[in-house]
Design a binder for this molecule. Sequence first.
Ligand code: FAD
Length: 691
Amino acid sequence: MCCDLKRRFLLLYATQKGQAKAIAEEICLQAGAHGLEADMHCLSEMDKYNLETEKDPVVIVISTTGTGDPPDTARKFVKKIRDKTLPPDHLAHLQYGLLGLGDSEYTFFCNGGKTVDRLLQELGAQHFYDTGLADDCVGLELVVDPWIDGLWLALKEVFLLQKEKEGMSNNVSADPRAGHEMNLSSKIQDLKLEDEGVRSFDDPSQKLLDINVASTRDTEPSLVHSVPPISQSALNIPVLPPEYIEVQFQDTQGENPHPSSLLSEGAAFEVPVTKASQLTRKDAIKTALLLELDIADTAFDYQPGDAFCVICPNNVSEVEELLHILGLSEKGENFVCVKVKQDTKKKGATRPQHIPERSTLKFILTWCLELRAIPKKAFLRALVECTSDAGEKRRLQELCSKQGASDYTRFIRESNVCLLDLLHAFPSCKPSLNLLIEHLPKLQARSYSVSSSNLYQPGKLCFVFNIVEFPACPTRPVLRKGVCTGWLAELVAPLLHPSKDTLDVKRESSPTEKICIFARPNNTFHLPSDPSVPFVMVGPGTGIAPFIGFLQHRQKLREKHTDWKFGETWLFFGCRHQDRDYLFKQLRCFLENGTLTHLKVCFSRDSSTAEVAQPKYVQEVIRLYAKEVARVLLKEGGYFYVCGDKKHMADDVSDAIVDILSIEMEVDKLEAMKTMAMLREAKRYLQDVWS
Ligand code: FAD
């Protein structure tokens, strides 16, 4: 019955870091197993598809970047469908399903997907399947997997309806039973039974093995141990992704490309680190460092409020460890040639752009692949095939199976397990290099907010960061540091005075260490163009970073333009302890020279001796100055900036402002929220928040 159904669908993706593309590829792969054909393209390849004439269903997978923007590759597409001159039925013929990816740690969750969805709806396009919004904060797969599972049925429903329509218009039914004995859902059920997208393992000897293993082990499940019911169930595991990369080892002659040449984002600059300071005391919970870069000899330019990206390598000892486990320690310096396998079954396979065609093995593992990435289920599925121990094999199957979804969440995703952790836990697993290249994502450059002004420190760029630390746990016996912050901390250690306990210890040094950076322009998080406009800055912890740049810039403008009128400036800062992590005590200087009009600070972990309890968090302090904040925003057309490392802070501040507006304007909360939306729209309420 199904062989004559129309089975093509258009699959479009827009990706920033590769996740949307990986998911689209997974859909493409599964489509084959469901007897469907996905015609897959990046949204940017607008010459390869045409929604205006598209008759088949369309599936869109799209991520979100920046402050709720669609990825760069979707920009042209969004511009096209945003065209206000298009009639409201422009895409009325189109049936689509959309999967948005985002991170609820950020305020505009999945906004890239939501925007495209809304614009398509406004042009009359119709959903054939409910929109899915997947949250990277809790695990994309929690939404992605069931969304893909449901997609097949929804697609087949569309094909059947199309077929019935065609049948009716021809006045002849293609299926002799159509519309009579069989209803639609029973037909779909037929199709479902014909699917071969999943394989189940219900070999009785396999079950026996697992029961025995479980009975001799702990009753508590862990990454490597499973307990009933999963240890005894038949499993639905994903289709084995076809291998598509071929690596050929060569000699050790030649030169590696420069890491910056792997960039698709634009020009990178190699710049010396000229200063490093530890801003926190030794006993602070987090260690914050300030680095100064010398950009004088480069064309790199920035405005206060901009962020930029640092190209970072993986940890040297992790690379060595991986080489050792893979049995490739001797070959680290050998060049490898990476190509697409000639006979691969993967459709449209190409060499990942972030892997050079020829470079040493160490180069690939150091600069190209995110070794710390949490392995996706497809990767686990592929690892099953390289594992010799039956018990380990079974556990890996469980972890990527439908039945093992909660174990995957608990022991892989929430435990932040990476490839090395897996290879330690499953010692008989020996993946080949090509598998790593196929499944590990690109090692991403990390973003940092500029914490200086090019007027105040010409030719310099400063930034501040906390050294990220992941404590030891059962799956990770040693403490690990963040990829980039751990590397930077090690790199600049010789520039610091580690023995002193005082804040702001600085030392000039000959510029020896260099790092590679590139611009990450931000069009809105900048000082008001009119200096007479007042503004409020809220930046607890390292969120203070861009505001140091704002204040330095402002100070120079005031010195240079004594005849200009400057609006008042407010800064709300918070940290844990006044004497341990008050990052920039020189804020007082800005206050004393009049650059900063109001400085309000709070300390969340200091015990107070005051009779009246002191506010602990910035949002509480802001509420104390409700009248002034409302005046700046409502009467004086002022700006409000929030920067920091957690969505919760940004949300709490935003709630405080809505309450303030509601009280001061004497309107209900809904009206206050509308005013807030207007402020955001007018780019007068601006956020730069990261997790
Ligand atoms: P990574 O190795 O990438 O680890 C960081 C994250 O990975 C963790 O938060 C966690 O989610 C996850 N993770 C990985 N492994 C584990 C594990 N074993 N256990 C638990 N979690 C794990 N940061 C600053 O300090 N200062 C700034 O000024 C700044 N500005 C930014 C501006 C923008 C626009 C953006 C997007 C981000 C900014 N950041 C800033 C954040 C910064 O880009 C990095 O994310 C941060 O420094 C951590 O990078 P890392 O490589 O050291 O850590």
